[in-house]
Design a protein around this ligand. Structure first.
Ligand SMILES: NC(=O)c1ccc[n+]([C@@H]2O[C@H](COP(=O)([O-])OP(=O)(O)OC[C@H]3O[C@@H](n4cnc5c(N)ncnc54)[C@H](O)[C@@H]3O)[C@@H](O)[C@H]2O)c1
Length: 249
């Protein structure tokens, strides 16, 4: 594989837009694809002028104007799946529905060159299920990001016994280039959720019990977790940002 692999990001919503911004900022030619032209337009806006977009990065001194312009020049938006699949590494970011993901993986397997790695940013579907939809299970992997993708360091890499070690190495290397901290964990075909989300979900369940008992409000829990653990947002604030995007303060 090329030292500078081309990236195709499938789905340009909250995660797809942030991931495309991040890979392009890391120096990688990136194609952002979505079935919805409106989503592509919204992604372009988010990437340029959103709260964690390139303009804001320049304002906060995270990158120079020249670097932001170069990242934008490396990024193309496309309504053609054929084009987005004709890359070295695909990162799938469509909604978390297994039937949809399996269909997308079947299409990607048909359209992408044989050497292309098919990665998913699923929140929890087992790699075993996604890879079984393809004729290249050893080149299918989960590369799980956190929102906002340009900021959060998470790179939870999920592998099976059948994952090609070179594929795992390549994805870890790319995650490192994107400024993330790759951690490789084992797939569990019996569970939904990898490590970070399973532990987080246990905490959310406890927070819901606290609210049900009338002990504290959601707002109070948010504040306590920020103050106690230095989280950037409380659990309910995290859920809101992850599902609705991060609004400018
Ligand atoms: N939001 C988060 O915090 C977060 C964090 C980590 C992982 N994830 C996972 O990332 C994935 C995407 O989540 P999101 O929050 O970005 O969703 P989203 O709803 O914001 O975006 C999904 C995008 O996919 C597009 N889409 C739908 N069908 C498609 C298809 N067949 N081909 C191409 N594009 C298609 C939609 O038009 C939409 O723009 C999900 O699997 C989710 O579980 C989300």
């Amino acid at each position: 594989m090329d030292a500078n692999p081309r990236i195709g990001v499938i789905g340009a919503g909250v995660m797809g837009a942030g991931i495309a911004q991040t890979t392009a900022s890391a120096g990688l030619e990136t194609l952002s694809y979505d079935i919805s032209p409106e989503a592509l337009e919204a992604a372009r806006k988010e990437i340029t002028s959103g709260r964690f977009g390139l303009d804001s990065g320049v304002e906060r001194g995270k990158l120079t104007r020249e670097q932001a312009d170069a990242a934008l020049a490396r990024l193309r938006f496309s309504e053609s799946l054929e084009e987005a699949a004709n890359v070295d590494v695909v990162i799938e970011c469509v909604p978390e529905r297994l039937d949809l993901k399996l269909r997308v993986f079947r299409d990607l397997d048909r359209l992408a060159p044989a050497g292309t790695i098919l990665a998913s940013n699923s929140s929890g579907f087992p790699v075993a299920a996604l890879s079984a939809a393809t004729d290249r299970p050893e080149r299918v992997i989960v590369w799980h990001w956190a929102s906002p993708a340009p900021v959060m360091k998470l790179a939870e890499i999920v592998v099976t016994d059948g994952t090609d070690e070179k594929v795992t190495e390549k994805i870890c290397e790319l995650a490192g280039r994107c400024g993330k901290n790759p951690v490789v964990v084992r797939d569990n075909p019996m569970a939904w959720g990898y490590v970070a989300n399973r532990v987080y979900r246990a905490m959310l369940e406890e927070a819901a019990r606290v609210v049900d008992e009338g002990v504290a409000t959601k707002e109070q829990i948010n504040q306590l977790m920020v103050d106690c653990f230095r989280w950037p947002a409380g659990p309910y604030g995290m859920v809101e940002g992850a599902t609705k995007g991060w609004k400018k303060k």
